[in-house]
Structures are given as structure tokens and as C-alpha cells.
Design a protein around this ligand. Structure first.
Ligand SMILES: [Fe+2]
Length: 225
């Protein structure tokens, strides 16, 4: 390789790095919870749909007054949910790798006491935890929730329930688990065995609103309708 072509390839590599850096900076500027979200073309063109998992008994029968994407705060209450804050973000894509703009994402999970905020649930309850929230994927299919790191309860590993709907896709109901903590102890037969494809790996968030917050990303892939 000549000196000139070496210089040219180094310049190219630097430009690529700058592009990547610029994207990361823009993502961070767009919101702390949306960093580390890869662009659509990095996803490939034929993606395996996200595995389905059981809905469970605690999808809300009636929705709370506050259903926004921050489950750590309840409108009208000064407190903050107990538990470790988790900034969870990602994208919703079709199997063709294209973003599913406008997809509705619903998240529900138990609180730090292991109690679902559901009429069918009982036990100590953290009233500062929202229990359920929803958001809409943007033009890039990007979405973000602020919640707490899920906790295990009733023999089940920690998990987050998701339902994702989009007009041109088959609705997806599934659960996300924590990497390394997803083994079932007793009821495993009821739930997805494809744990390796349903895991998130939280890391310390670099610029979080709450000290000690974690961040994780996940890309949902929906099948066509
Ligand atoms: Fe559950």
C-alpha cells in the first residue's frame, strides 16, 4: 500500500469514526435514554422476529391515570419509585429491518416489593411506582422507558412484560429478562425457552438523572400482519 493510499484509508477510517461518534453524540443529545441505539441499516435486511412469551395475568384491566413512559414517577405524587432506576431504550423494526414508526409499546412489571399494580394482585405496594406505561416509537422506530430494574417474585426470574402493536404488523406480546438471571425455578414450562434472545444486559448509565441508574437497550422485531 502506498503512503498516499494509507493516508487515504486512515482518513476514511477517521471519517467513519467521526460519523459514528457524531451519531452517538446526537443520540445522547436527543435524550439520555436513547443512547446506544443503532441506526436501521446496521440491523441487516432479514431479521428473526422477537420470540413471543406468555402475557401473564397482570396486563391491566383498567389503566392508571398516568400511563406515560416514566414508571418511576406517578403524576400528582412527589415521591420516586423505590428500586434501581433503569433507562430502557431501543427500536422496533419489521423483519425487513425497517423501523416501525408509530408502533405502540406497552410495558408492565411488578414494583420493588414484587407486587403488580393490578386488581388481582395483593401484597405490599410501592405507590410511587407507575406499574404500567406506554410510548410510541418515533420515525426511526426508537423508543425509551424510564423504569426500575425488575425484581424476581413468586418463583419467577426478574422480567418486564411488553406488548407492541403496529398497524402493519402482528402484535407481539413478550417478556424481557436480565442476562445471567433468567432461569426459571418452577414454572418454566409456561414461558419462552428462547431466553438468550429475550435478555437485556443493563450497564451503569453514564449520564443519568438518578445516581446509580442502569441503562439497557433492546430491539424488537415484529412479523408482518
Ligand atoms: Fe410477570
Amino acid at each position: 500500500m502506498t503512503t498516499k493510499s494509507t493516508t487515504r484509508s486512515a482518513t476514511y477510517a477517521r471519517r467513519q469514526a467521526l460519523r459514528r461518534g457524531g451519531w452517538a453524540a446526537a443520540a445522547i443529545a436527543a435524550g439520555a435514554a436513547r443512547w446506544l441505539v443503532p441506526p436501521a441499516h446496521a440491523q441487516g435486511s432479514a431479521l428473526a422476529p422477537t420470540p413471543r412469551d406468555a402475557e401473564g395475568p397482570f396486563y391491566p384491566r383498567t389503566f392508571p391515570a398516568d400511563v406515560d413512559a416514566d414508571l418511576t414517577r406517578v403524576a400528582g405524587r412527589p415521591g420516586v419509585a423505590r428500586g434501581t432506576p433503569l433507562l430502557l431504550s431501543g427500536r422496533v423494526l419489521g423483519a425487513d429491518g425497517q423501523p416501525l414508526a408509530g408502533a405502540t409499546l406497552e410495558l408492565w412489571q411488578c414494583d420493588a416489593d414484587g407486587t403488580y399494580h393490578h386488581v388481582g394482585a395483593s401484597g405490599p405496594q410501592d405507590d410511587d411506582f407507575q406499574g404500567y406505561g406506554r410510548t410510541i416509537a418515533d420515525a426511526d422506530g426508537a423508543w425509551a422507558f424510564t423504569t426500575i430494574r425488575p425484581v424476581p417474585y413468586g418463583g419467577r426470574p426478574a422480567h418486564l412484560h411488553f406488548r407492541i402493536s403496529h398497524q402493519r404488523s402482528r402484535r407481539l406480546t413478550t417478556q424481557l429478562y436480565l442476562k445471567g438471571e433468567s432461569s426459571e425455578s418452577g414454572m418454566g414450562g409456561f414461558f419462552s425457552r428462547e431466553r438468550d434472545r429475550l435478555e437485556i444486559a443493563p450497564v451503569r448509565a453514564p449520564a443519568a438523572r438518578e445516581p446509580g441508574a442502569l441503562a439497557a437497550t433492546y430491539t424488537f422485531v415484529l412479523e408482518g400482519a
